[in-house]
Design a protein around this ligand. Structure first.
Ligand code: ADP
Length: 160
């Protein structure tokens, strides 16, 4: 049985993330979405808010679950007996970034592999950070994020 982990900030979940979750859930026996805190990014939503958005959207996917991860991804993966780390690639910037992280993770845990899935063309330009900027100025995000996330973004950014 192959258990895969898809780690990320998910601040917030986008349809690009969801597309990756659905595709990875068909490739592996179990998929755990691991919500972490990217040390370089300040969060708009708390970890439990981010988990709640994801839980709603994965309700119909039997082999997918979501957890908060606080330490090193490879330590989390060991604790859940996962051997595959899933990430997404939108462009060459993602590639450079993922190549570094995959190399580091490989050094920390030689028994694990990183599998990168290409972003769907229609979501190639979708990033949580860009969406937050658009939301700040009242842009329509309904085709890019789940409805609850669109409402959450409006609510959160209006209050700031
Ligand atoms: P992190 O801060 O760890 O990069 P993100 O939530 O920004 O977390 O992204 C998590 C993963 O999802 C990354 O591998 C990223 O490349 C991937 N990803 C983000 N947006 C998309 C998208 N639109 N399509 C496919 N993969 C994506």
């Amino acid at each position: 049985m192959t258990i895969a982990v898809f780690p990320g900030s998910f601040d917030p979940l986008t349809n690009g993330h969801l597309d990756l979750i659905e595709r990875a859930s068909r490739m592996f026996d179990q998929l755990i979405v691991a919500v972490g805190q990217n040390t370089a990014k300040r969060g708009v939503f708390t970890a439990s808010e981010r988990v709640a958005f994801i839980e709603t959207e994965i309700a119909d996917l039997d082999n997918v679950s979501v957890q908060v991860e606080t330490g090193l991804t490879v330590d989390f993966m060991r604790s859940v007996h996962a051997t595959v780390l899933v990430r997404g690639l939108r462009n060459s910037t993602d590639f450079e970034f993922e190549q570094g992280i995959a190399g580091m993770n490989r050094t920390l845990a030689a028994e694990m592999d990183t599998v990168c899935l290409m972003a769907a063309p229609k979501y190639q330009f979708v990033s949580s950070s860009l969406l937050k900027e658009v939301a700040q100025f009242g842009g329509d995000l309904t085709s890019l994020v789940p409805p609850a996330v669109a409402a959450g973004l409006r609510d959160r950014l209006e209050r700031e």
